[in-house]
Design a protein around this ligand. Structure first.
Ligand SMILES: [Zn+2]
Length: 303
């Protein structure tokens, strides 16, 4: 039968092509995965590892699995050779089974790496972020400064950025030498736990300044988060302070008589009593003046 011969030749070519495509796609998938692992291991610092994992890891794992899904399709299309040689219907059936299994693999991979894996990744990212840094010039372990401590090491632009947008600066200090290392973390790359579905899939979508701050009034910023799993949209407005020091410096609270936005170098105080005594005092700074006021009695004026 002529037709059957043609079909057999076609099947042989088909099986060869499927074999090569299978080998090729497994190789490409493995290569992409290995390149990622290599880059991760070769990344010099914990911060470099953090950035790579944060930006690339999930994408890499998804792509490798999609390619593997294609490899599975090719693998299925080389099986049951004898049965398929009986007729075209078997061949078509095999193609559909191949598509079905490959789609299933891709879909499961999608679910795992989109919704389950980010929570695990987040834990590793936290570890990387808070691993004590080593000062390369001394080999000393550095210490991470707290939010309050770090302000004096950040310039005004950085502080404003931290206040307004979802950016975090970490300041590491070598306590022996005073050397510092500043690392920047961007909030929008970073997923939060969704308060509705519980997955680590809530991401910052946009930030918009609603009211610009002035020297005397606070502004307002709107942050919009979206969950890629359940679709929850969360909007949050927060204050945007123009003077970045205002809310952090305790000496500027409203009960403080020296409330000021400026650095004070000296204070001159002139005290007049009801019986006509007066005296001038000079202080080197706010703390000194406060200490004086706390202990002040009118009797002291007479000496
Ligand atoms: Zn959600």
């Amino acid at each position: 039968m002529k037709d059957n011969e043609t079909y057999q030749v076609f099947l042989d070519i088909w099986h060869d092509v499927m074999l090569y495509l299978f080998i090729g796609s497994v190789a490409i998938s493995a290569l992409i995965f290995l390149i990622y692992i290599f880059r991760y291991l070769a990344a010099g610092s914990a911060k470099a590892k953090y950035d790579l994992a944060n930006e690339r890891e999930i994408k890499t794992l998804l792509i490798t699995n999609y390619i593997l899904a294609f490899a599975i399709f090719c693998l299925v299309n080389q099986t049951y050779v004898e049965m398929v040689s009986l007729g075209i219907t078997w061949k078509l059936t095999r193609i559909f089974i191949g598509i079905f299994i490959a789609t299933l693999h891709a879909y499961v991979a999608f679910l795992v790496f989109k919704y389950y894996y980010p929570g695990k990744l987040e834990k590793r990212l936290k570890k990387l972020r808070f691993t004590p840094r080593i000062n390369p010039s001394t080999g000393n372990k550095m210490k991470l400064l707290s939010e309050d401590e770090e302000d004096s090491y950040l310039d005004e632009g950085m502080q404003a950025e931290e206040n307004a947008f979802s950016v975090d600066y970490d300041v590491w200090i070598d306590e022996a030498t005073g050397e510092t290392k500043i690392e920047k973390y961007k909030g929008h790359l970073h997923a939060l736990e969704c308060d509705r579905c519980g997955f680590q899939t809530l991401k910052l979508e946009k930030e918009e300044v609603l009211v610009q701050p002035t020297d005397t009034t606070d502004g307002e910023i709107l942050k919009e988060y979206k969950c890629s799993y359940c679709g929850r949209i969360k909007r949050k407005t927060t204050n945007l302070t123009s003077n970045v020091d205002r809310e952090r410096d305790p000496s500027k609270s409203s009960t403080d008589p020296f409330k000021t936005g400026k650095k004070v170098e000296s204070i001159v105080m002139e005290i007049h009593t009801a019986d006509g005594d007066n005296k001038v005092f000079e202080f080197q700074g706010i703390e000194q003046a406060k200490g004086f006021l706390a202990e002040f009695t009118v009797e002291k004026l007479r000496h």
